[in-house]
Design a protein around this ligand. Sequence first.
Ligand code: 5HY
Length: 246
Amino acid sequence: MKIKIINPNTTWSMTEKIGLCARRVAAAGTEVIAVSPDMGPASIESHYDEALSVPGILDEVRKGEAAGVDAYVIACFGDPGLYAAREAARGPVIGIAEAAMHAASLVGGSFSVVTTLARTSGIAWHLAERYGMQRFCRKVRACELNVLDLERPGSDAYRTILAECRQAMEQDRIDSIVLGCAGMSDLCQAIAEELGIAVVDGVAVALKLAESLVQLGLKTGKRGDLAFPLAKPYTGSLEKFAWDPR
Ligand code: 5HY
């Protein structure tokens, strides 16, 4: 099977890292294709960034459908464009935040999210609410790191994130920690081993969930609000997004 992991930001070093972490857990028969769109923000740290990342995500889904991709992962903790991507795809589309929160809810009664900037914590809470995870989510903690600090040598990002995770473990009465950024994917195992608590990386969970759904023959339902988009003209730079009902 072919699973396409879309890092909606255009920072390819993060995309490569995300692809590596996904391939580490992928089954033998799974081809993992990790991409950044040709257009979009270098990092996603606001509603504005999220909105501007969606055309790139949908463009990658459009290309994936033509290439026979079986499922998609949206590797950004805000799950941007998740429902639009589900409309455009035949197979499953999994957001890393939704995947991570569900996984955390299966291995304990409570979790805290450790993310980058405090300004994105509202987005994480909105997702917890949308996914019915509020009763499990104790806290959303921010390290006050920019997303691209995760890619900057010498930024000391690991120690900053580890310290916040330790605080969460010691103060929040939780069973697990959810990493609130796809760019933290490579830190998951080290943090879990150092602290001795379950640490959930949404990239890995989303990949395994996508694999399972494909293996079970479960595709995105097309009888309701995730049906394929309606055909109509789109103008300007969005012209190529006009839906071809072929
Ligand atoms: C992400 N931003 O996973 C989110 C996380 C965040 O560029 N990739 C990004 O910090 O909001």
